[in-house]
Every structure is written in structure tokens, then in C-alpha cells.
Ligand binder design. Structure first.
Ligand SMILES: *Cc1c(COP(=O)(O)O)cnc(C)c1O
Length: 389
């Protein structure tokens, strides 16, 4: 064993599938080719001004400068409870049913360590956000992937889960509006998840990163609005995407009070809470006007329509998503996810993500992110039209 060898649990994480594509992009850029990336999902526009102003005031107040409490400032917990009531019709006790998180990523990772032992299983949407599989593996547990089936509206078939996996399962990760497929929650799925969780004593973790990023009049529900959900589940709400706040690390866990208390116990051993100025800015975001978010969504909807129209012209069958910042589409005949993304890079100097990056059931698809500035996105779309038709 060498000095710098990683731990076995780190070795168990699958290698980063984007590495080869990234190397090719770097080579092209070094050769002076202007490569446009539609790969990463990270809002390009700035955080809304009223949130920045609240942060400026909060950071100037020495009362925010010390170690935060891991339970969070009352201002943020109460703002989250008000928001959940107003937005989703869900009642949250700000004393016991909500704790701020340092981003949804931290929260999901730490939930794995709070609830999983070796031999336990996490049920993870496939394709899905990589932490649903990486988190359990790092915690020494097993992952059972649940294919999201296009014919079920990108729901997993909960009836088809392997019985041994179900017996050992302790966590179920769901995420709607869904990254990477752009699907919104199929009718009845949350209800079926509550029933499954009750029967098999599984904690449902609903990753709600995109409820505020929706189009065409679609309004996304909270999982916690499902009858019985707070008996069997928690929801991770993130301000990252909906409020252009990815760099701020501002999220929260809400729902079942006992589960949140267990998460808190783990968390007090791992981190020291969310900077209180960020907590106050987060409260200002949640209490603030809806206008800036509506304008943002109108921009994404316009970009989405541009991308969908161009893809259809090059022969890709794709439906415009009702939510998220992604267009998910099948690769043309004769390609794999990886070979199509390479082809697009070679021919059009545009980076798109292979669906296989998000899990085995992502094979045969690719993902385009809508978080590239209008002009660059238009140029990328034009190149794809020109070179791939
Ligand atoms: C972007 C994203 C996150 C990350 O949220 P943070 O709060 O920035 O950590 C979590 N889940 C999904 C599905 C995402 O797409």
C-alpha cells in the first residue's frame, strides 16, 4: 500500500466518465477551436439583486460571524415554513421539521452516513444525480438502481424491485422535476412511494432541486404534500437552481422530525453549519418576490424551445420538458451515448453530456443544459443544425 493510495471505499466509486471527453475538449481548445459547452447545469445569470442586497447587509453584521448553530437561524427555518405553506400547502413546524443544509449535495451524502450500514441498500433512480449512488457506496452500503422508464413517464417501476434489495433497503431516492430526464412527477408515483415506504420501512428522500424551475404553466408539487409523506420521508429543498444560487450552498431538509433529528446528529459530527449570513440571504430569497424567478423561467423556456426545434431538425425525436434546466433526448440510430457526444464535439465543437454518465439506464440518451448565455446557446444550436443535419 502506497502513501497516497485512496481508501477502499473511495476506490469503489466508479471512475469519472467525463474524463475522456474533457481531455478532448482541452485538446481542441488548445488547438484554438472555440468549443461551446452545453454540459454543466449551473445557472449562468447572477443571483437576484434583492438576495445579494440581503447578503451584503447580513455579512456586515458581526452577529453572523461566529459558528452557526447546526439547527439553523430561526429566520431561515421560519421563512422555509412560510414558503412551504404558501407554495405547496405543506405545514412545517420550524422547531422540529426543518434544518438548513450546506447544499442538497451535502445533505444527501450525509443522509447516507446517518442511515446506512454495510449490508443495507439504497434504492436510487437511474439515471440520476451521482450522489444517490456515490453516497451509499462511500457509506459502505449497496445500491440497487431503479431504472426510470420512458414508457412510465420516467418513473421507476416500484413493483419490479428485487425482493432481496427491498428487504435490505433503508433509503429511496426520488427527484422530480427530474435531473437528467426533465420529467415531472408521474401521477400517483409519490403515493405509491409512500405505500412502499410504509410496507418495507424505507425512508423516502425526495430531492427537490427544481420545483421552482418549470414551464408552460406547470406547477411542481412537494413530495411532502402527499398524504402520509411526513411519516415516511424527507424532502431536500435547494435554492441553487431556482434562485441562481449554486455557489452560495443554501438548502434545507424538511419533513419527518425523527429522521431530521438523526441527520442532525450525524451532521454535528461532520460540519459546523451554514454561514449565518447565507442563511439570512436564503430567508430573503424565500420571502422575496416571484417576479425574478418568473423572468428566469421565461428565459429558460425560450432556450428550451430553441434547442428542441434544432434537435428536431437534425432528426432527434424530443419533447420539450416541463421542468428543470435540461433537455434529455435519445441519440440517433447507430450511436451510443458516448459516440454521439463525441460526434457532436468533432463536427460542431459543442459539448453535450452522454446519458450513460448518469447511470446505466441513461445509455442511448444525451443531455443538453440550458444554462449557457443566449448568444452562445444560439451559436451552438446553429452549429448543430449546420453540421449534423
Ligand atoms: C444541482 C442538483 C443538486 C445540487 O444542489 P446543491 O444544493 O447545489 O448541492 C441536487 N440534486 C439535483 C438533482 C441537482 O440537479
Amino acid at each position: 500500500m502506497a502513501l497516497t493510495d485512496p481508501s477502499k471505499r473511495l476506490e469503489a466509486i466508479p471512475p469519472y466518465m467525463f474524463a475522456e471527453l474533457e481531455r478532448k475538449v482541452a485538446d481542441k481548445r488548445a488547438a484554438g477551436i472555440d468549443v461551446i459547452s452545453l454540459g454543466i447545469g449551473d445557472p449562468d445569470l447572477p443571483t437576484f439583486p434583492h438576495i445579494v442586497a440581503a447578503m451584503q447587509a447580513a455579512v456586515a453584521d458581526p452577529g453572523t460571524h461566529r459558528y452557526p448553530s447546526n439547527r439553523g437561524r430561526a429566520e431561515l427555518r421560519e421563512a422555509l415554513a412560510r414558503f412551504y405553506d404558501r407554495r405547496f400547502g405543506v405545514t412545517i413546524d420550524p422547531g422540529t421539521q426543518v434544518i438548513p443544509a450546506i447544499g442538497a449535495k451535502e445533505c444527501i451524502y450525509n443522509l447516507c452516513f446517518a442511515f446506512l450500514d454495510p449490508g443495507d441498500v439504497a434504492l436510487a433512480s437511474d439515471p440520476g444525480y451521482p450522489v444517490y449512488t456515490g453516497g451509499p457506496v462511500l457509506a459502505g452500503a449497496d445500491v440497487e438502481v431503479l431504472p426510470l422508464l420512458p414508457e412510465l413517464g420516467f418513473a421507476p417501476d416500484l413493483e419490479a424491485i428485487d425482493s432481496d434489495a427491498l428487504r435490505r433497503a433503508r433509503l429511496l431516492f426520488l427527484n422530480y422535476p427530474n435531473n437528467p430526464t426533465g420529467a415531472v412527477v408521474p401521477t400517483g408515483l409519490f403515493e405509491r412511494a409512500v405505500a412502499l415506504a410504509r410496507e418495507h420501512e424505507i425512508l423516502v428522500v425526495h430531492d427537490n432541486a427544481y420545483s421552482e424551475t418549470t414551464y408552460d404553466g406547470y406547477v411542481a408539487p412537494s413530495f411532502l404534500a402527499t398524504p402520509g409523506a411526513d411519516e415516511v420521508g424527507v424532502e431536500v429543498f435547494s435554492l441553487s437552481k431556482g434562485y441562481n444560487m449554486t455557489g452560495w450552498r443554501c438548502a434545507a431538509i424538511l419533513g419527518n422530525a425523527d429522521a431530521i433529528s438523526t441527520y442532525w446528529r450525524l451532521k454535528t459530527n461532520v460540519d459546523s453549519g451554514l454561514f449565518e449570513a447565507v442563511q439570512l440571504a436564503g430567508a430573503a430569497a424565500l420571502d422575496g418576490p416571484d417576479g425574478p424567478r418568473e423572468e428566469m423561467n421565461a428565459i429558460y423556456a425560450r432556450r428550451r424551445d430553441l434547442v428542441v426545434a434544432a434537435l428536431r431538425e437534425i432528426g432527434v425525436a424530443v419533447e420539450p420538458p416541463k421542468g428543470t434546466i435540461y433537455v434529455w433526448a435519445p441519440v440517433p440510430d447507430g450511436y451510443t451515448s458516448a459516440s454521439f457526444c463525441e460526434h457532436v464535439l468533432e463536427e460542431a465543437a459543442v459539448v453535450i453530456s452522454p446519458g450513460s454518465m448518469y447511470g446505466p439506464s441513461g445509455e442511448g440518451f444525451f443531455r443538453i443544459s440550458l444554462t449557457t448565455p443566449d448568444e452562445q446557446l444560439a451559436e451552438a444550436v446553429e452549429r448543430m443544425r449546420e453540421h449534423l443535419r
